[in-house]
Design a protein. Sequence first.
Length: 354
Amino acid sequence: MRFVCVAAARPNFMKIKPVLDALEARGAETVLVHTGQHYDPGMSDIFFEELGIRRPDISLGIGSGTHAEQTGRVMTAFEPVLRDLAADAVVVVGDVNSTLACTLVAAKSAPPIPVAHVEAGLRSRDWTMPEEVNRVVTDRLSRWLLVPSPDGVENLLAEGAERDRIHLVGNVMVDTLLANLDRARARPTLEDHGVESGAYGLVTLHRPATVDDPSVLRPILSALADVADRLPLVFPVHPRTRASLAGAAHLGIRLVDPLGYLDFVALQAGARVVLTDSGGVQEETTILGVPCLTLRDNTERPITITEGTNQLVGRDPAAIRRAVAEVLASPPAKRHPALWDGHAGARIADALLA
Ligand code: UD1
Ligand code: UDP
């Protein structure tokens, strides 16, 4: 069996690694395609180095653009590659534009090539999120729906997906987190950033709904500046957010470049609280037992609230200040969603090869 495995952007690399390993351990052939949606060394290369992912077999180098440009460029570049590869299946992860683009190409190949979607079934029910469109269309077209949590199974069944396409396999992000946690904790990351374990907050923001409109971002930053008066805040800044933060240095928040996986995990593990709009960070904080305040009105990962440490706070500055005060006074208990156990990659490979 030959599986074409697609990775494209920062949150894809830690998801594809356990799937590649598990497929290869079972004797399947894998071809790793990097679309190049993320391309800065700190958004791409560093994850290959730190996680021990081999160099991509094929790099499409498509780069940034509008949604149509980016999706179209991936499709145009992926189509001839896939035609030549004689693939038995295409494996896509997550919900980025490249996930959707490669799914469309595989589904419209002649004959169609079946798609396996890792992280299927997640729904925010917010159609203004580009990722929600990507998730729903990718799932509709995928032969294997590899779902991290029971809410995803319910979502897919409610949309009419056939039961035999749905496999509850657990969370591949957690496979990579557990495999690298000791290595991350052993690093001098906290010292390098001048913070002490349990005595700082960690911030990430990159959703268009949070960072693209200054009238939304400015009040969030003012709430963060108030928090930073009491608790040092470290904020690794996503490239999308960089321009919007020009002039924010005076707020007393420690702005740093995007971090490699190990340093970022080390900072998550040691944080008193994490404030974020990231999807993956909601999941990792749940496993680490670190309180997570999600600065969004919805989440496609509700299990991190019902069975984790996450709380939806929204973007109102007063609500952010209040939530930080509450969570510092009374942190949530550590909990652990079922199947978030480090073996999701193995279950995925077993489902694909069955
Ligand atoms: C993308 C995904 C989002 C995911 C995020 C993870 C889509 C629609 N969005 O958002 O779901 O949560 O990645 O980080 O697929 N840029 C660089 N260097 C890079 C990559 C991007 O400077 O290596 C800058 C460019 O100015 C680019 C902007 O960031 O225009 C946005 O990049 P893009 O990949 O379009 O979307 P993200 O916001 O990164
Ligand atoms: N991450 C990282 N360095 C950073 C910020 C995040 O390594 O500076 C990791 C984080 O640990 C998680 C993933 O990137 O594994 C989440 O990616 P991101 O927030 O960009 O995307 P999302 O999950 O929101 O799609």
